[in-house]
Design a protein around this ligand. Sequence first.
Ligand code: AQP
Length: 327
Amino acid sequence: KPKVLSGMQPSGQLTLGNYIGALQNYVKLQHTHDCFFMVVDLHAITVAQEPAALKEQSEAVAALYLAAGLDPSVATVFLQSTVPAHAELGWMLTTLTYMGELERMTQFKDKSEGKESVGAGLFTYPSLMAADILLYNADLVPVGDDQKQHLELTRDLAHRFNQRFGETFKIPQPYIPEVGARIMSLDDASKKMSKSSPNAGSFIAMLDAPDVIRKKISRAVTDSGREVKYDPQNKPEVSNLLGIYAQCSGKSIAELEAQYEGQGYGPFKKELAEAVVSVLEPIQERYRQIRSSGELYDVLKQGKERAAAEAESMLKQVKEKMGFVLL
Ligand code: AQP
């Protein structure tokens, strides 16, 4: 089976965007691929995190993975920081990465823009991401548009290492899912829905209570027209809501346009909210069971062991090739 590796940052509460754009694909992939899904807590600290919140969010992300349908007897679910090989290989690859390569990363430019002081980790983070992937010899990495540039760097680093030290790493391929919808913010359709947004009204968290979801959708920005039509150029907000509706209901955009013809935004938003609630409510139910059962720690320990077994054997090869003394 081809190997897949991916992860999410516990930098906030997972959003409906994370679910539609990534998590629901993880759940499908686990049956056809050998999957490693991490909570990338070492990446989250590239911007300041409050310790209690980091811990809570890391557990919440892992529990949401399971609640959404990842089966730990099939997929390996673990926390990045529990496998020290990530940080070790991350450092080694940082020494092979050129400053110019990191300076070109658009995510760094976006995240550092206008900030007075920017941590060095935010700059070197793509080398750590390369380590995450190369440690497992992943064949495929599910990525959104925003991560394509980082995966390209991972491929370059793998080549560079292989050329300098001998054939070691497999060159990973991007995996672009069939339904790769990019969900935009509810308050500004030019920005993607983001878990670390300071405005809670801009995103739907997977754990938002049904009434909160209803309220957020009823307040979502729309244009001043009343036509429910998919037109990302001229009606980006309504188009985003239609995309969410299609994803959550299984109906096509065309069906939804026909359903709401001549009705304005009121009924459309109301029923959209119910479609979102019907997707998230069962996940929230399972989430509560998982958090209260205490099973999470067992799953994460087992995941850590499975991941470490693979990662450590790869790290050993790397150390040997680079000339470290092995004891
Ligand atoms: N709005 C989105 N629509 C579709 N997919 C999305 N993803 C994120 N936002 C959307 C996908 O979710 C995964 C999680 O990635 P991440 O945790 O590494 O962080 P991110 O991509 O930077 O996501 P956020 O929510 O915007 O986090 P913050 O605010 O911390 O930066 C990825 O597969 C991503 O493509």
